[in-house]
Design a protein around this ligand. Structure first.
Ligand code: KIV
Length: 281
């Protein structure tokens, strides 16, 4: 999107379909991170990846609604111009459209965010339709769906076979028809991602998908090199902040142990008392 002069809303995102400049999207879970990213992004996603990135969980399945609300509120305090979307965590929308509505409305009411995101294709289209026809803006998420990690026995790249491609095309069509204003396409082979982007009428936000998508998103902690452990192939690191933290902690330790910290400039002293004789003179 061009220079931002006002807060980007859902209509702006939807209207971005097919524009030459892709949408710039990142995850954010905290106020200071939102403040740093906001000037550079069109959309900030309070993703359920918070469970892994901030809480050290193995996957996203233990993330709950109140975590999403708290992190959503924090991001909303500092995201002045980016559109903010919040993930609906596992178990808060699959059971019925009514439950999904109650939880989506709770997230939106408590945070003031612009919309919610949920994972699922054809199977979740009736729920998306239920929400969008009741004033809840929904972003879809198809392809590799992290909340299905246990069901699928791992994180599996999609679109490798004609059957998988056909399923993805159906999923994309179904959630668009159900009213999703955009959708994330994750972990899907490039050629299929290009096809989906070409055929869909709403913005497709890629992560491990294709440079041809209408936008790109990454988990911020991944792209800053803040996480230890496995990094997915698609997560390019634009900085190595994890190394910077280790170096800073090591330097602090050395200075504390040799008593060179705190040096005088970091200490408080009593104000110098000027004697009354000196004052008269
Ligand atoms: O939870 C998340 O961060 C996401 C992105 C990977 C799209 O869903």
């Amino acid at each position: 999107m061009s220079e931002k002069t006002k807060r980007i809303n859902i209509s702006d995102i939807r209207a971005h379909k097919g524009k030459p400049k892709p949408l710039v999207c990142l995850t954010a879970y905290t106020a200071p991170m939102a403040a740093r990213l906001d000037a550079h992004t069109d959309l900030l996603l309070v993703g359920d990846s918070v469970g892994m990135a901030l809480y050290g969980m193995d996957n996203t399945l233990k993330v709950d609604l109140e975590m999403m609300v708290r992190h959503g509120q924090a991001v909303m305090r500092r995201a002045d111009t980016s559109c903010v979307v919040i993930d609906m965590p596992f178990g808060t929308y699959e059971e019925s459209p009514e439950l999904a509505y109650r939880n989506a409305a709770h997230i939106m009411r408590e945070t003031g965010c612009d919309g919610v995101k949920l994972e699922g294709g054809v199977d979740l289209a009736p729920t998306i339709q239920y929400l969008t026809s009741r004033k809840i803006p929904v972003m879809g998420h198809i392809g590799l769906m992290p909340q299905s990690v246990l069901k699928e026995g791992g994180y599996r790249v999609k679109g490798k076979t004609p059957e998988s491609e056909a399923q993805l095309m159906e999923d994309a069509r179904a959630i668009e028809e159900a009213g999703a204003f955009a959708f994330v396409l994750e972990g899907t082979v490039d050629s299929v991602s290009q096809k989906i982007t070409k055929e869909s009428g709403v913005p497709v936000i890629g992560i491990g998908a294709s440079a041809a998508c209408d936008g790109q998103i990454l988990v911020t902690e991944d792209m800053l090199g803040l996480l230890d452990g496995h990094t997915p192939k698609f997560a390019k690191q634009y900085a190595q902040l994890g190394d910077a933290i280790s170096e800073a902690a090591a330097q602090y330790k050395a200075e504390v142990q040799e008593r060179s910290f705190p040096s005088d400039e970091y200490l408080y002293h009593r104000p110098k008392v000027v004697s009354s004789d000196k004052k008269k003179a």
